[in-house]
Design a binder for this molecule. Structure first.
Ligand code: ATP
Ligand code: MG
Length: 317
């Protein structure tokens, strides 16, 4: 069964084709990463999928139910959290959840269950006004989890969080399908972040899907790199040039291409051993993740241009 299926989905705002004919296919049980730079059309696509915005054309099916024809049935099993979580500041976390719980006509015990899941029980009776941003995000997730939805849609759930908050959120999302049985659709503009949690991924750029597939397929598009700093970069380069493909100097650092993510750690260790055995002191050795811009170079042969740049060019044509 497919959790979300869109067919030639299209929505524009005046001259801007925010979502330009996309066909998404989100398998049940997946963590589906929806990746794209600012203004790519992620939020618009999500609003369309949730029935919060009408498409100009195209179809959407959620677990096989047509959104246009059977809206309430299609959306019955969907939980949502947006990038800037909106809560009632003058109410406690628990009271905020209670509002949604009553709307959904759920048992009171649901509140404790979701608070527990997002680890907010300890601040449940504190006013949201006094919550940190991380807590607000987690309260948003808790609300999405009310009623045990089969599909969870998160729009940039790590937006504005610090590195610790980002890691917590990532670990949390990663475990959701196993813990709740839900399919997760999550948007982001961080390739590295999505790579660490997703099983499937779609890359959207200027409203169009430029890549869709399994994570393994995406990874095969970009072999990871190894970044090295040591006592003598030139000597290190000479050492490595035989046997390793693509060695580059970047300032004082060496950058070399590894063969695959699977082999990365083994290869990094081998390179390290070789340099140390050659009498060089290695003080930095890191497997470097690709950025979204670098991925775009690979997929569309160009860096991700902004809407303003792309439409400016179009406007003069
Ligand atoms: N309500 C609206 N009215 C007019 N234009 C809009 C509206 N919503 C979105 N757009 C435009 O549609 C395009 C896609 O916007 P969208 O918010 O979907 O992108 P996004 O991928 O979510 O970006 P971000 O990463 O910044 O959240 C942008 O050019 C945006 O300015
Ligand atoms: Mg957005």
């Amino acid at each position: 069964m497919t959790a979300i299926e869109t067919e030639n989905l299209y929505r524009r705002f005046w001259r801007v084709k925010a979502v330009d004919g996309i066909d998404l296919s989100v398998p049940e049980g997946a963590i589906y990463g929806f990746l794209g730079p600012n203004g790519a059309g992620k939020t618009t696509a999500i609003r369309l999928i949730l029935g919060l915005l009408r498409p100009n054309r195209g179809a959407i099916r959620i677990f096989g139910e047509d959104l246009r024809r059977r809206r309430s049935k299609a959306l019955k099993n969907v939980g949502v959290a947006f990038e800037t979580p909106a809560h009632y500041e003058h109410l406690t976390g628990r009271e905020n959840l209670d509002i949604t719980r009553r709307l959904l006509n759920l048992d009171k015990s649901e509140i404790d269950r979701v608070l527990e899941t997002v680890e907010l029980t300890y601040v449940a009776d504190r006013l949201v006004r006094k919550y940190s941003l991380g807590m607000r995000h987690r309260l948003g997730l808790a609300r999405a989890l009310l009623g045990k939805p089969k599909l969870l849609v998160f729009d940039e759930p790590t937006n504005g969080l610090d590195p610790v908050g980002i890691r917590e959120m990532r670990e949390f999302i990663k475990t959701l399908p196993a813990r709740t049985g839900a399919t997760v659709f999550v948007s982001s503009h961080h390739l590295a972040e999505i790579e660490q949690i997703a099983s499937h991924v779609a890359v959207i750029h200027l409203g169009r899907i430029v890549f869709q597939g399994g994570m393994t397929e995406l990874r095969s598009l970009h072999a990871p790199r190894l970044e090295i700093a040591c006592s003598d970069a030139v000597a290190a380069r000479t050492q490595l040039e035989t046997g390793v493909r693509g060695v580059d100097m970047r300032g004082e650092r060496l950058v070399l291409e590894l063969t695959s993510m699977e082999a990365a750690e083994r290869e990094a260790a081998a390179v390290n051993r070789r340099l140390v055995e050659a009498g060089l002191d290695v003080h930095h050795l890191a497997i470097a993740p690709w950025t979204l811009e670098e991925l775009f170079m690979q997929v569309i042969g160009a860096p991700a241009t902004s809407r303003a740049a792309a439409e400016g060019e179009g406007g003069h044509a």
